[in-house]
Design a binder for this molecule. Sequence first.
Ligand code: FES
Length: 115
Amino acid sequence: MKDRTADHRERLDAHVLVCTNSREEYDCCADAGGEETLVAVKDWLRERDAFWSSVSVVETGCLGLCSEGGAAIAIQPRDEWYSDVQPEDVPALLESTFGPEANRVGNATTQPADD
Ligand code: FES
């Protein structure tokens, strides 16, 4: 076993976790566009040359925010939680966290005041 905590803390700004979980008898992100929302997150970052950067996108299981209205997203370690996210919501959501052109990627602690 290797402890990579220090390496990862140095390199990683944020994980964007997107739930695509499927549940049979309950509302779930799989039935509410989770896969499409995951693609929208990846596309937004790719379009800003920020995919495979210090922001990591993680397809995940249930985040405990299940809804028929859209997927759940968590951004860690920023401690941001969203539910009912549709693909068309992704640009505004990611802009609010990372800036319109992802200019806050890699800078989790200081954010420019003018964007
Ligand atoms: S199924 Fe996505 S948050 Fe529960």
